[in-house]
Design a protein around this ligand. Sequence first.
Ligand SMILES: CC(C)(COP(=O)(O)OP(=O)(O)OC[C@H]1O[C@@H](n2cnc3c(N)ncnc32)[C@H](O)[C@@H]1OP(=O)(O)O)[C@@H](O)C(=O)NCCC(=O)NCCS
Length: 294
Amino acid sequence: MTEADIRLGMGLKAQAHWNQTEADWQRFLRLQPDGCFVARCNGQDVGTTTVCMFGSVAWIAMVLVDIEHRHRGIGTRLVQHALDFLNRHRVATVRLDATASGRPVYERLGFVAQYELMRMAGEISDDGVPWLPRPVDLQRIEEMTEGKARVHAIEPMGQRGLDAIERWDRLATRTPRGKLLARLIAESASRGYLTTGPDSTGGYVLSRWGAQAVQLGPAVASDEVCGRVLLDRAAADWAGQRVYLDVPVDNHAAVRWAEDRGLACQRSFVRMVRGQPVSDDLQRLWASSGPETG
Ligand SMILES: CC(C)(COP(=O)(O)OP(=O)(O)OC[C@H]1O[C@@H](n2cnc3c(N)ncnc32)[C@H](O)[C@@H]1OP(=O)(O)O)[C@@H](O)C(=O)NCCC(=O)NCCS
């Protein structure tokens, strides 16, 4: 796949009602120029997939087949092609977030389910000053800190913060995702914040425009206070906008934040792995970057 194929990718993702933009496709090509592929059938371009390697861990994404060409084995061939590429690079772990229609294809190729993520969706209300803790937060923060409410200074993200967020990110994902984080920060359309509190608490959040909704994430936080403060700050930038937040179902604190902000589950994904498993710290993982890179 090259930049000239982004039109094809945009057409296929529109058929599937996905949220990616041209900027997302450009990022996939930048992150792994030799690992993005197009399927051609009788001279017609009919499918895509992208791969992104982070050391010994790789992600497969954007497995899309034109509606008219499904159920002929093209999706399976695409994923097999990506796996052959990753085998040549001796990658130990391959991961992906599967939709319901993708899951059987991946299972046949040896992927196993790890855990479920919910896509929480809704409009961020623009009442009040949303990045200041609201009564519900103040009460929760009081409860959680037994009256000793901690103050978190939140800084806007710049390349200067990259080392800190890479460290936070690795604690949550156990994957060296520096090149993804650097790229997201560099993209003018994405916005980010980080916080470093007392007692090694802290975290970060990034967000960016999508075709249907703003993608809030990736977000990593050491505890519930940190997570709520960070996500409130990020949400404040998008007041009045529709947002998506892809949350591990088992991160109850993150799900609570989303529900308190009026977001509701729109769909779910199953995170799958092939090869050596990598276990995310789900209590730290407040939002994935989207289904493409975990
Ligand atoms: C998921 C998706 C990529 C699968 O693509 P595909 O080309 O239809 O995949 P395949 O043809 O390899 O396999 C799909 C089914 O067709 C069957 N099939 C494959 N070749 C076949 C053939 N020649 N005749 C009849 N059936 C066939 C497979 O056994 C499989 O059946 P199952 O799902 O009941 O197990 C496609 O449905 C799609 O683009 N969906 C929207 C986007 C999406 O959800 N992508 C996955 C992201 S995780």
